[in-house]
Ligand binder design. Structure first.
Ligand code: MF3
Ligand code: CO
Ligand code: CO
Length: 288
């Protein structure tokens, strides 16, 4: 399977844990092995949606800042610092920091890393596909977003993969209409990805998000009719397809987090947090 000039990635060295001022409220799971299960469903009143919209906007602004700063020669830890400082300066807690023991404030996933890459001293090189995933917790709610860019100049197949993964996410979002089952989302995404012979990751999914980081609601990105939850107005969840140049099978590094394609093929991902209205989906993770 084609890779860029780098060859395969190996784990790097982590910087010390970044501090969050005591004035910033932490999610309940920080310092615990796992979050308390979410029991209050996936629909929110307008006041809570307004809070999720604010958290989401902050996450989106952070993502724009980080992806716009990423240059060849920088490390993924440099990006973690930028994201961490931006959120903390704006009064938010970086939701991944201390989530089930995750050690950093963003996820950085390069090339064959599908998701949940840990920022470290890995230097980004020309042609790398970089995905950054960032979640902001503020006012008791989370907003979750991610995006992919190519560092410097990329191969045509990498450029196409990134562009088409973004398009696949938007097709999934447009399918998310009230009254339909959540399975329509993955059907739209996978049928588009299949045109190009791409693989769609199955075992990592979109999810309900809001007063909890992951509520338990699962949004598959592939055609899975058994996910028959009906989409209702007031629901908030993410759509975040991971698409590969090869197969959908994956491996995990010994760090227990970093997911790679099993065949080491390149992969890209995009994510938005959306709110379901009568008129259709509203993207909450917009920077403007
Ligand atoms: N933000 C990721 C998502 O889209 C979750 C990251 S959890 C972490 O669901 F622990 F890996 F950071
Ligand atoms: Co998510
Ligand atoms: Co995310």
């Amino acid at each position: 399977m084609p890779v860029n000039a780098r060859g395969h990635l190996v784990p790097g060295k982590l910087s010390p844990r970044r501090e969050v001022p005591a004035s910033i409220k932490k999610p309940e799971y920080v310092g615990k092995p796992a979050p308390t299960p979410h029991t209050t469903g996936d629909r929110y009143d307008q006041a809570t949606v307004a809070k999720i919209r604010a958290a989401s906007k902050l996450a989106a602004r952070a993502l724009e800042l980080i992806l716009g700063s990423a240059k060849p020669g920088m490390t993924t830890d440099d990006l973690d610092r930028i994201g961490h400082e931006f959120l903390v300066e704006n009064g938010a807690y970086p939701s991944t920091l201390g989530y089930r023991g995750f050690p950093k404030s963003i996820c950085t996933s390069l090339n064959e890393v599908v998701c949940h890459g840990i920022p470290d001293d890995t230097i980004m090189r020309d042609g790398d596909i970089l995905n950054v995933d960032i979640t902001a917790y503020i006012d008791g709610v989370h907003g979750d977003t991610n995006g992919s860019v190519i560092i410097g100049e990329g191969s045509q197949e990498a450029i196409d993969l990134v562009e088409r993964t973004k398009e696949a996410m938007h097709r999934g979002i447009r399918a998310a209409l009230p009254g339909r089952e959540v399975s329509v989302i993955g059907r739209a995404i996978e049928s588009y990805a299949k045109r190009f012979g791409y693989g769609v990751i199955r075992d990592f999914t979109g999810h309900g998000v809001g007063t909890s980081f992951h509520t338990g609601l699962i949004i598959p990105h592939y055609d899975a009719p058994e996910y028959s939850t009906v989409i209702e107005t007031g629901m908030v969840f993410t759509i975040e397809p991971m698409i590969t140049l090869g197969s959908h099978e994956w491996d995990m590094w010994e760090d227990g987090w970093t997911v790679t394609t099993k065949d080491k093929s390149l992969t890209a991902q995009f994510e938005h947090t959306i709110h379901i209205t009568e008129d259709g989906p509203e993207i909450l993770t917009e920077a403007k």
